[in-house]
Design a protein around this ligand. Structure first.
Ligand SMILES: [Zn+2]
Length: 65
């Protein structure tokens, strides 16, 4: 198993960070669905399982706000 990290900006404006696990011995055919913790918007990832879904805090932005 290897760790997979995916980050994207959701349509609600939240930056979502997902940590997942993937099996390097298998073709990337499996899909898991991570949901935005704020609005629930689903996002399909190629991985075995989701480890965590968190909001990515941008400290540079929050410091200047
Ligand atoms: Zn969202």
């Amino acid at each position: 198993m290897v760790g997979v990290v995916a980050v994207w900006r959701c349509k609600c404006g939240l930056r979502v960070k997902v940590v997942a696990e993937a099996d390097t011995h298998q073709p990337p055919s499996r899909k898991v669905v991570a949901s935005c913790p704020k609005c629930g918007e689903p996002r399909i990832l190629h991985a075995e399982k989701i480890v965590s879904v968190t909001e990515l805090i941008d400290f540079a932005l929050s410091a200047s706000a």
